[in-house]
Design a protein around this ligand. Structure first.
Ligand code: FAD
Length: 409
């Protein structure tokens, strides 16, 4: 078919959810998903967790089996990349020069891993982690690797470090800032994860400045630091963020500097074009109305649902509570809310028990929680975030106080 009522670009979390929710909302028009990767939509988080460790097969991380899409009349146009958008003609051009028309276009393209820029950045053995193909390459090389250097102490880097350590590799994490998870978490959580990784044998370098990647026979052999020291490495994993994949849309005239700008219904500045997920910059009420680009499954799914509703005439502005998780070793971190601009971080419980929460507040109001092996706090804490609760701080800090009892205080 050369034209679809709804054309979704990006066969990832957000794109899949739009198609699912369109059919759930009884949309009867024709729908296609164009995806650059050869696979139907799959869950990305396991790529640095259960898929990378071998605990889950690829079939187990598919968002839906291929039959699901067929049965619902959703065409999966896989292994194809959209390279240009013509918002006037309502057509997109693919990499092979062919074009597809659309009634509504949904841009759900996520982002590409940010790469190193230092000498040696493109050697064999250096990996970003975004796709199944990335994870498969890493899995193959992991078998013979002894020394792995992970550049970037964010969630993806630390999760990969945890898996590799369990596999018996010597792992070094290089973090440019003075603590791991600095962009996303408060100091108590950063220090806790730093200590956990060190206790599992991970070598963590903070304030680390990479000079170049060293090579032997075209393959990575080490990482040279700016102080001249050299860390041996036969594999390097780079987890330093993503660059939103919005270039064709921006070239077509969509507004956006960091990703593409969308309103509360995920509409871009171009007619009949929506954008969702990691590539969409939106004003988030849980960030005090600040414009943010969230990189989470929750955000991609919830924005996907918003778009499907808008297309089927059930417009509902986006105001979902942000949540996220990370699994490292036997630690299950669950976060809810958005800690942007917090002025106080209260630790609830004893960190040494490895079950505690960090509650972030701003002028006494609960903004967010990071809950480590503390699912009850996570579940009950959500209401504090939604209700913008201002609890008694002594009671909040006492883990014997159920969080739900602090709601009305
Ligand atoms: P994606 O799922 O990335 O899908 C975008 C798709 O669009 C990709 O398949 C891409 O190839 C395709 N595409 C790009 N450009 C084009 C084009 N021009 N034409 C056609 N197709 C195109 N989130 C959590 O909430 N919890 C976690 O624990 C967590 N762990 C993660 C671990 C890893 C290793 C990674 C990589 C991500 C993790 N995330 C996690 C983030 C989460 O996976 C993303 O927020 C989510 O996938 C975003 O969905 P999306 O639809 O915006 O983009």
């Amino acid at each position: 078919m050369s034209s679809y009522d709804v054309l979704i670009v990006g066969a990832g979390h957000g794109g899949a959810q739009v198609a699912i929710a369109l059919r759930q909302n009884k949309f009867e028009g024709n729908v296609a998903v164009v995806g650059e990767e050869p696979d139907p939509p799959y869950e990305r988080p396991p790529l640095s967790k259960e898929y990378f460790s071998g605990e889950k097969t690829f079939e187990r991380i598919l968002i839906r089996p291929m039959s699901f899409w067929r049965e619902r009349g959703v065409d999966m146009l896989l292994g194809r990349r959209v390279v240009a958008v013509d918002p006037v003609a309502h057509r997109v051009t693919l990499g092979d020069g062919s074009s597809i028309g659309y009634g509504k276009l949904v841009w759900a393209t996520g982002g590409a891993p940010r790469t190193l820029v230092c000498p040696g950045h493109d050697l064999k053995g250096i990996h970003g982690v975004r796709t199944r193909a990335d994870a498969d390459r890493m899995l193959t090389e992991t078998q013979k690797a002894k020394h792995v250097v992970v550049i970037g102490g964010g969630y993806i880097g630390l999760e990969a470090a945890a898996v590799l350590t369990k596999l018996g590799k010597h792992v070094t994490v290089l973090e440019a800032m003075d603590r791991v998870l600095a962009r996303v978490a408060g100091e108590p959580l950063s220090r806790f994860y730093e200590a956990e990784h060190r206790a599992h044998g991970v070598d963590i370098h903070l304030n680390a400045k990479v000079d170049c990647i060293l090579e032997k026979d075209g393959w990575v052999s080490g990482v040279q630091m700016q102080d001249g020291s050299v860390l041996p490495a036969d594999m390097v994993i780079v987890g330093i963020g993503i660059i939103p994949a919005v270039e064709p849309l921006i070239r077509a005239g969509a507004a956006g500097i960091n990703g593409v700008d969308v309103d509360t219904l995920c509409r871009t500045s171009l007619p009949d074009i929506y954008a969702i997920g990691d590539c969409a910059m939106h004003a988030n009420e849980f960030a005090g109305g600040a414009r943010v680009r969230l990189e989470s499954v929750q955000n991609a799914n919830d924005q996907g649902t918003i778009v499907a509703k808008a297309i089927t005439g059930n417009e509902a502005p986006y105001h979902a509570v942000p949540w996220f998780w990370s699994n490292q070793y036997d630690l299950k971190l669950q976060t809810v809310g958005f800690n942007l601009g917090f002025d106080e971080a209260i630790v609830r419980g004893d960190i040494t028990t490895r079950s505690f929460s960090v509650v972030y507040l701003k002028q006494g109001e609960v903004l967010a929680l990071d809950c480590v092996n503390a699912t009850k706090d996570y579940v009950q804490g959500k209401a504090l975030v939604v209700g913008k609760a201002k609890p008694n701080l002594a009671r909040l800090a006492d883990p014997r106080t159920p969080l739900k009892s602090l709601l009305a205080v």
